[in-house]
Design a protein around this ligand. Structure first.
Ligand code: 0X9
Ligand code: ZN
Length: 441
């Protein structure tokens, strides 16, 4: 009888929420290192500690660091920060509460999929969407606007999802190319939402907005909303804070001669340009594990193969991440590594930054990752610049951050949907500056 009761209780639990990873008792703490010593302490913590997820890793003296702590280990870490002269503040008291807030929305979306035969106008631009719905929406756009939009797949992800690119432009010759992508890191949902906004602008206003007409006459936009489909899908079904691919499992020998194995490589460490150097971890269970070899992940392998073959089409490449409000210049792989045209790249970035700021007052920091963030090798835009030779290459860390006027910093990766449009509007303004430059060069 007890067994039967247990069985019935198990049946009653909805599977999606039962499998979703819980973060009960997890908090996110913000600390600002005010000296080189404090910064070094945080960097050591980053490399030695178990159970701390750096949502915003240590970068510069004076720049905030965000750490997610578990209930158990957290108190000791807070003590050690305090005894090193820092004053940690709680930024998110309860990560699980944020996940719960999203859970209803996730359940609703997964229960009512968007299908390709629907009117693309029925797809909510101001919401987050599951992976399959995004591809279905791209198909519905092409069905409705075949003169301006087409799609193709770079190939299947490891778990068989299409890496669908939408190409948007008027027919013509000598066209320029502008590539935009999002969610190479699975949990950075606002990056995908921003590509969706941009796609929607260009496609649905292609005949009514004179500026967009100019763009579309001169440029073909190639947009890949989700670079990491399996990781992104996993954030909807299993773990909201997953970052990597779902490749592997990859293993490492442990101290006792056994092995420890984990899924996933960081797809923004997996590109074949200074692979496995700064900002990577040898431990496959870490979030910055670059994979066993460059392009070990089918997603980066396919995307880079296509870009290598078509590199002459492109003048610009921008990859959206979250979060920090940074406009990042190449190169990311090492301190002091700059492409020869760094000064033109910087002045265009400054113009784009000003355009972003003009929309809602959000101030982005402009610089290379080692100069304003941290060095990180094997990233996508480093390869697109350094190997494919595309001229205007940038990475944007979108909202939240301390540069906007909306007090949205307390949400981290779980930026509520109410901020999607504001984020996307300002970002699109910045991208238009790049589009204009592409037309004129
Ligand atoms: O660490 C990263 O990959 C990026 N930050 S994130 O919080 N979104 O993970 C910074 C990317 C810097 N650019 C490259 N390394 N390409
Ligand atoms: Zn990222």
């Amino acid at each position: 009888m007890a067994g039967l009761l247990k069985f019935l209780v198990l049946l009653a639990v909805p599977t999606a929420s039962a499998e979703y990873k819980r973060y009960d008792g997890h908090s996110v703490v913000k600390v600002v290192p005010s000296s080189e010593e404090a910064l070094r302490f945080l960097q050591k913590l980053q490399h030695n500690s178990v159970g701390v997820d750096f949502w915003k890793p240590p970068s510069q003296v004076g720049r905030a660091v965000h750490l997610m702590l578990s209930q158990h280990g957290g108190a000791n870490i807070i003590k050690s920060l305090e005894s090193s002269g820092m004053s940690p503040e709680v930024m998110i008291a309860d990560v699980q509460r944020l996940i719960n807030t999203e859970a209803e929305m996730i359940k609703e979306r997964l229960a009512k999929p968007f299908t390709a035969d629907q009117d693309p106008g029925a797809f909510a631009i101001d919401q987050y969407h599951p992976f399959d719905d995004i591809n279905a929406w791209l198909d519905s756009l092409v069905a409705t606007y075949p003169q301006i939009a087409s799609t193709f797949s770079l190939g299947k992800s490891k778990e068989g999802r299409d890496m669908k690119v939408i190409k948007i432009g008027n027919p013509g010759t000598n066209k320029k190319g502008f590539w935009l992508d999002g969610a190479i890191h699975a949990r950075e949902w606002v990056a995908t939402a921003t590509t969706i906004y941009i796609i929607n602008e260009l496609v649905t206003k292609s005949t009514t907005n004179p500026l967009y007409q100019q763009f579309l006459n001169a440029i073909d936009f190639y947009v890949l909303p989700v670079v990491n489909p399996d990781g992104y899908a996993y954030t909807w079904t299993s773990d909201r804070l997953w970052r990597k691919t779902r490749g592997g499992p990859y293993c490492i020998k442990n101290f006792f001669g056994g092995k420890k194995c984990c899924y996933g490589a960081d797809p923004n460490r997996n590109w074949d340009f200074h692979f496995g150097e700064a900002g990577t971890s040898k431990d496959p269970c870490d979030d910055t594990y670059p994979g066993p070899s460059a392009f070990s992940e089918v997603e980066t392998a396919q995307m880079s193969a296509w870009l290598a073959q078509n590199k002459n089409l492109f003048q610009a490449y921008v990859s959206f991440h979250s979060y920090a409000e940074d406009f990042l210049l190449p190169y990311a792989y090492a301190k002091g590594a700059y492409p020869p045209d760094i000064s033109t790249l910087t002045s265009l970035a400054n113009k784009a930054q000003a355009a972003i700021q003009a929309v809602h007052g959000t101030v982005y920091n402009v610089g290379t990752p080692p100069d304003i963030l941290y060095a990180a090798s094997g990233g996508s835009y480093d390869w697109v610049k350094g190997v494919a030779g595309v001229k205007w290459c940038y990475t944007l860390e979108l909202r939240p951050g301390d540069g906007d006027q909306d007090n949205d910093q307390q949400y981290g990766f779980q930026l509520p949907p109410t901020f999607i449009i504001r984020t996307a509007e300002e970002t699109w303004a910045g991208m238009q500056v790049i589009a204009r430059q592409v037309i004129n060069s």
